[in-house]
Ligand binder design. Structure first.
Ligand code: FPP
Length: 234
């Protein structure tokens, strides 16, 4: 199945969109779409690890998502706790480290506990790092970063120094961003980090995202010429 796959992106970030529409099309509750979405999360982590991607960032819950109906927010939070606790052994078996990124405020205690447990128990895994962004937005990260800088007493700063104050300065910037479900927006995801990232959009809804869909995105990425603002030699 995996033929001619080369130039593997080091870091892939994904906006997992379309769970609600997937459920609606089947006459199901939106949460059933999120539940099905967790199966796509598992497939995606395994596949990414197996093709040699080193960092995979998944947009699970944004700072704006609190505005959804409380039943849906509660259901997503419960699903996250259940999912993280249940999948830790599988992550360890696959040598995948788990990290979280986002504002801790407003998150339930049970979510915070599951996050801590997930990070601690997978801390030694080295084959791939999966970063789950929870209560995250790009603008919130930039504002939090600026506030940290102000507290440090600095009056002027370079881009390189700015980066060191961000949530996860050790994580390299994404090479490829995938967004499912046909929307062509960044939606306040990794605003700073996406500056030179290749963007890939697919109409496939997140619960239907599988290995073949991921491969299509990787083949597309292979054909891109990344110039980072420079002129490349002939
Ligand atoms: C977007 O679909 C999806 C979300 C806001 C939640 C994503 C959560 C999961 C995939 C489940 C848990 C995640 C992990 C990492 C275990 P949408 O509800 O915006 O869909 P719509 O645009 O069709 O309404």
């Amino acid at each position: 199945m995996i033929e001619n796959l080369y130039k593997i992106p080091n870091h892939v970030a994904i906006i997992m969109d379309g769970n609600g529409r997937w459920a609606k099309r089947r006459g199901l509750q939106r949460i059933e779409g999120h539940r099905e979405g967790t199966k796509a999360v598992e497939r995606t982590i395994k596949f990414a690890r197996n093709v040699g991607i080193k960092y995979l960032t998944l947009f699970a819950f944004s700072t704006e998502n609190w505005q959804r109906p409380p039943e849906e927010v509660n259901a997503i939070m419960s699903l996250l706790v259940e999912y993280i606790n249940q999948k830790i052994p599988l992550l360890i078996e696959n040598d995948v480290r788990l990290l979280f990124m986002g504002r801790k405020e407003k998150l339930w205690d049970s979510v915070l506990k599951a996050m801590e447990k997930g990070e601690n128990e997978t801390a030694r895994c080295k084959s791939m790092t999966t970063i789950i962004t929870l209560n995250y937005s790009g603008r919130a990260e930039i504002v939090d970063t600026v506030n940290k800088i102000l507290k440090s007493g600095k009056k002027e700063i370079t881009e390189e120094e700015f980066k060191k104050f961000m949530y996860r300065p050790e994580i390299p910037e994404p090479d490829l961003l995938i967004r499912t479900s046909g929307e062509k927006r960044i939606s306040n995801f990794l605003l700073w980090q996406l500056a030179y990232t290749e963007l890939y959009f697919t109409d496939t809804l997140w619960p239907d995202f599988d290995e073949d869909e991921f491969l299509k995105a990787l083949y597309d990425y292979q054909s891109r010429e990344r110039r980072f603002g420079k002129v490349l030699d002939e």
